[in-house]
Design a protein. Structure first.
Length: 202
C-alpha cells in the first residue's frame, strides 16, 4: 500500500470514529485530524471539506458491505442459507457500526453525486440478488418478479434494522441470528407455512 493510500485510510478511519461519536454537525476537521494523528492542514490535501470526507467514509462503508454481500451470493451453498447469511451480514454490519449508522440516518448530508453512487451500488446488489434467485428458481421468476422479490427481501432486513434504531438496542449475536433465520424462512416459505409449523408446535 502506498503512503498516500495508507494515510487516506488512516484519515477515513479517524473520520468514521469522530462522526460516530460526535455526530456530523458537531464534528470538526480538527477533531478528525487529532484522531488521525495528523495536522489539520493534511486533511485538506486529501479531502476538500468535511462533507467530502463524510461522503468518502460512506463510500468506503458501502464498498465493504457490498464486497461481503457479493461473496455470500457466490458461495456454493443452498439458496435459503444464502438468504440467512445475507440478513445476518446486514444485521451484524449495522449493529457493529451502530453509532455511525444512527448518526447517518439522523444527520447525514446527501447530495446528488452521492445519491448517484449509492443508487449504482444498490443496483449492483439487486442485480446480484436477482441473478442468484433466478438460478435457484429458474422457472419461478421472470426479471420483474425477481426484482420485486429483491425489494421485499431487502426491506424485511431493513425492518429489523429499524427495530434496532427505534428501540435503541444493540441486539446480541444470538438475537440477530434468530432474526436472520426468521427472515429467510418467511421469505422462502411464506406465512401459511410458518402458521402451520406453529400450529404443530402448539
Amino acid at each position: 500500500m502506498s503512503g498516500r493510500l495508507e494515510r487516506s485510510g488512516q484519515i477515513l478511519a479517524a473520520a468514521y470514529n469522530v462522526f460516530g461519536d460526535k455526530g456530523y454537525y458537531a464534528a470538526k476537521m480538527v477533531d478528525i485530524a487529532n484522531e488521525a494523528g495528523v495536522a489539520k492542514g493534511t486533511l485538506y490535501l486529501y479531502f476538500a471539506n468535511k462533507e467530502e470526507l463524510f461522503h468518502a467514509v460512506i463510500e468506503k462503508i458501502l464498498h465493504d458491505y457490498l464486497e461481503t454481500y457479493e461473496y455470500i451470493l457466490d458461495e456454493s451453498i443452498p439458496f435459503v442459507d444464502k438468504l440467512t447469511s445475507l440478513v445476518r451480514h446486514h444485521l451484524f454490519f449495522i449493529r457493529d457500526r451502530y453509532d455511525f449508522a444512527r448518526m447517518n440516518v439522523e444527520e447525514g448530508p446527501f447530495n446528488e453525486k452521492l445519491r448517484r453512487k449509492m443508487a449504482a451500488i444498490m443496483e449492483r446488489a439487486s442485480n446480484q440478488f436477482t441473478r442468484a434467485l433466478q438460478e435457484a428458481y429458474p422457472d419461478a421468476f421472470d426479471e420483474e418478479g425477481a426484482y420485486l422479490s429483491y425489494l421485499c427481501f431487502s426491506h424485511m432486513g431493513d425492518g429489523m434494522i429499524g427495530d434496532m434504531f427505534w428501540t435503541k438496542r444493540r441486539f446480541p449475536d444470538e438475537v440477530l441470528e434468530e432474526r436472520a433465520q426468521f427472515v429467510a424462512n418467511l421469505f422462502v416459505n411464506g406465512l401459511s407455512h410458518m402458521r402451520t409449523d406453529r400450529e404443530q408446535v402448539l
